[in-house]
Design a protein around this ligand. Structure first.
Ligand SMILES: Cc1cc2nc3c(=O)[nH]c(=O)nc-3n(C[C@H](O)[C@H](O)[C@H](O)COP(=O)(O)O)c2cc1C
Length: 305
């Protein structure tokens, strides 16, 4: 079963993806956090991320969030001009500021826009598309109103997080609706949601054998070795996990210290690395890392692991 690394804004940035790829492997493809338009043009900071040399040698697809044909064309056109030949379309973002602009999961209730973008798929020669979505906005049924249009798009696969936008990232997963969508989809479907252990991955593939792969977000942040352990069919002992984690962190640390200015800014890019790792590194070190106000204190906290 193929494993895809979910996009997580503020976490799976370029150096994180690269270091993860080099240290662990086991991931079919990484997706960037969403790239967007700002003041009528592709956001400069987002485009800088696309040009970053951290993307070299890593299987990565940019993800774009958009609200109409024009925004989509502009974002895809820019990624295309930078040499990218795969793009993921965001139809799942539940954040109100994006939804208010008609982007992300708001598109689940905008079939007119989805119809309007159909010609874009033929505009960029050799570009491949995937799409990431939820089941609905206020409940888990809006997908029914757009599945026929999605089926007309030339997509390599769709990734489905079986919740509504209203639920954000918590609460019950609607597996019944997920299975209905799987039946109705003309495209391969990737499952995404709450996979934390190799047993969880085995369980979902046994329960729903029709899925084409799984996408994992927080489970990989909390246990970066998860995909490698699943591929090897064997759990890693703590010593091995820690050794790999420290190697990955060293790469992320060095990159940030070299590229960023000022301790506060550097720390703000380093500490999220540990946000989901409390169980892995222990409460004492985890708390000290979060409290560190200087790089010296940060390094002392890391030494406790
Ligand atoms: C902090 C955070 C940032 C996220 N950023 C994005 C994003 O940029 N694009 C996207 O499609 N999904 C984003 N997601 C959703 C994840 O990709 C994923 O669908 C969600 O976390 C459920 O999967 P999981 O249970 O394996 O974590 C984000 C989720 C979180 C918690």
């Amino acid at each position: 079963m193929k494993i895809y690394f979910a996009p997580l804004q503020g976490y799976t940035e370029g150096i994180y993806r690269k270091a993860h790829h080099l240290v662990y492997g086991g991931i079919e493809r990484y997706y960037t956090p969403f790239l967007r338009m700002e003041k009528g043009e592709p956001r400069r900071q987002d485009m800088g991320r696309l040009l970053s040399d951290t993307n070299g040698g890593v299987p990565v697809s940019p993800q774009v969030i958009f609200n109409d044909r024009e925004e989509l064309e502009s974002l895809v056109g820019t990624a295309y001009s930078y040499g990218y030949r795969s793009i993921d379309l965001n139809m799942g973002c539940p954040f109100p500021p994006q939804m208010k602009l008609g982007r992300g999961s708001a598109l689940l209730e905008r079939p007119d826009v989805l119809r309007e973008i159909l010609p874009v798929f033929g505009e960029f020669d050799g570009m491949e598309y995937t799409l990431k979505m939820r089941l609905g906005v206020n409940d888990t049924t809006a997908w029914r109103g757009v599945i026929d249009i999605l089926n007309r798009m030339p997509l390599r696969h769709i990734t489905v997080h079986p919740r509504s936008a209203k639920q954000q990232y918590k609460g019950e997963l609607d597996m019944a609706q997920f299975e209905e969508l799987l039946k109705a989809s003309a495209h391969p479907v990737i499952y995404n949601g709450e996979l934390r252990t190799a047993d969880d991955i085995h369980a979902i593939t046994e329960r729903i054998p029709g899925i084409a792969g799984v996408m994992i977000g927080r489970g990989l942040l909390a246990r970066p070795s998860l995909a490698a352990e699943y591929a090897e069919g064997e759990e890693w002992d703590y010593r091995k996990r820690r050794e790999h984690l420290m190697r990955m962190h060293e790469m992320v640390y060095r990159h940030n210290v070299e590229k960023l200015c000022g301790e506060t800014q550097t720390l703000s890019h380093l500490t999220p690395f540990w946000d989901y790792l409390e169980d892995e590194i222990g409460r004492k070190a985890w708390k000290r890392i979060r409290k560190a106000t200087t790089l010296q204190k940060y390094r002392e906290a890391i030494a406790l692991i």
